[in-house]
Design a protein. Sequence first.
Length: 121
Amino acid sequence: MIKNLLLVALGSAVGGALRYVVSLVMRWNGNGFPCATFTVNLVGCLVIGLLAGFLSRHSSENLNLLLVTGLCGGITTFSTFSRESLTLIQQGQWCTVALYVIGSVVLGVLLTFVGYGITKA
């Protein structure tokens, strides 16, 4: 259990640091579009897809914890959201994936607004 936590923590630390570096390199350009977040979300989706494909053939709990849960989770949880959505699509659970995707986006934005409003008041 401790080893697993350390693997996730290490991957998360590297992922978080990479996300920060991307945000420094791709500073908000003032046009209203969050380029850094957009980029890490999409790159994270590609990386988690590559890792999922690789690990489906070369099963390794340690690599999964370090790279998928840790690294990808540290860069962006959007990649996990995308992978879970893909799994639901592959299972043919169309209603569930629609509810998950629409609910996550709409409720996520709504709850961010509510949380901000509570603390701003």
